[in-house]
Design a protein around this ligand. Structure first.
Ligand code: AQP
Length: 333
């Protein structure tokens, strides 16, 4: 069976962006039963920017609770945190030696996160996409569900696989396919429809956290930035209206319909009418997940057991692929 791999950083709380762009689709791929699904809390990636150790541990467990509360079944999917499968970092090193400085320097995430102060950024932040390639390829995964922002990193993953295969004259690593689908591949900030909704935005009103209460979810949607125009009949009527388009896309993803179907139902509505309907839908879909996450967080020992068991299963797949890689490279075993 073909394999799916994807990960989420425990660098803060889960947002609606992570949920709609990634998590919800992870669940769909698991439930489709057509692929072996492997999902990871990428803690090694999280520390490419400073993390308080207590927060990192808390966020890793809470993210695990988020996976399970969203519908990931740790029996059906392989679910673990990255640092417990050391093969990721080991293959990551090999890929550091395959990837080129120039490739990494062109990554927009690197440019955005390191900004003008690249001298002070960690070496790990620069090498981030090589480790990400290792996360995927250490399982020979062929499909990677992600949000739009990860597209460039997945192209780099393909380049790394192709260069490795070429340099060593093998046909070993698969060329992976990004799976970027649905209405919410790029959920935008509720305060600025031109910026990605992000865990690290200083304004909490810019995002919906999966642990927000029903009241907080409703309030953030009520306060979301919009414009005074009614909803149009056709999608191109949203072209110059990023805030409006974002709310339509969020509605579509939550209701599992297309953005056009949202307009079919709500064309002519003002945001004063549309927002409460969206708020009700968001509370209906998200609040139970947040409640389940806090319930799961009451038994941390159980979460740790799930992660340890998932890591064992991950290693069973990853270890032979790493061993073969090292043999190809010429490392004496
Ligand atoms: N706004 C978004 N819309 C759609 N998908 C999104 N993803 C993240 N934000 C959105 C997808 O979620 C998965 C995990 O992301 P991540 O945790 O690895 O990293 P990130 O993209 O860096 O997340 P944030 O929230 O933006 O964190 P910070 O602020 O720390 O950088 C990925 O599949 C991603 O596409």
């Amino acid at each position: 069976t073909p394999r799916v791999f994807s990960g989420i950083q425990p660098s803060g709380g889960l947002t609606l962006g992570n949920y709609l762009g990634a998590m919800k689709r992870f669940v769909d791929m698991q439930d489709a039963g057509t692929h072996e699904t492997i999902y990871c809390m990428v803690d090694l990636h999280a520390i490419t920017v400073a993390q308080d150790p207590k927060d990192l541990a808390h966020n890793t467990r809470e993210l695990c609770a988020g996976f399970i509360a969203s519908g990931i079944d740790p029996e059906k999917s392989v679910l673990f945190n990255q640092s417990q499968v050391p093969e990721h970092a080991q293959l990551g090193w090999i890929f550091n030696c395959v990837a080129r400085m120039g490739w990494m320097g062109r990554m927009t995430q690197w440019k955005d996160k390191a900004g003008k102060n690249a001298e002070q950024a960690s070496l790990g932040l620069f090498a981030y996409p090589a480790l990400m390639a290792a996360d995927i390829l250490v399982y020979h995964a062929t499909h990677v569900p992600v949000g739009e922002d990860q597209k460039q990193h997945l192209e780099l993953t393909r380049d790394i696989a192709a260069k490795f295969n070429h340099d060593y004259g093998v046909d070993f690593f698969p060329i992976t396919e990004p799976v970027i689908e649905g209405a919410a591949t790029r959920v935008m900030s509720l305060r600025d429809g031109t910026k990605k909704m992000s865990k690290s935005d200083p304004s909490d009103l810019s995002r919906i956290n999966m642990t927000d209460t029903a009241d907080a979810i409703a309030k953030k949607i009520r306060k979301a930035k919009t414009d005074p125009e009614p909803l149009p009949e056709a999608l191109d009527g949203l072209d110059e209206r990023p805030d409006a388009r974002n709310l339509v896309n969020i509605y579509a993803a939550l209701a599992e319909i297309t953005p056009q179907q949202v307009l079919d139902q709500h064309a002519g509505s003002q945001f004063g009418t549309f927002k409460p309907v969206l708020a009700d839908l968001a509370v209906e879909k998200l609040a139970p997940i947040g409640t389940e996450m806090s319930r799961l967080m009451e038994d941390q020992a159980e979460i740790d057991r799930i992660l340890a068991r998932g890591a064992e299963r991950g290693r069973e797949i990853a270890a032979p692929i790493l061993a073969k890689t090292l043999e190809i490279v010429g490392m004496v075993r």
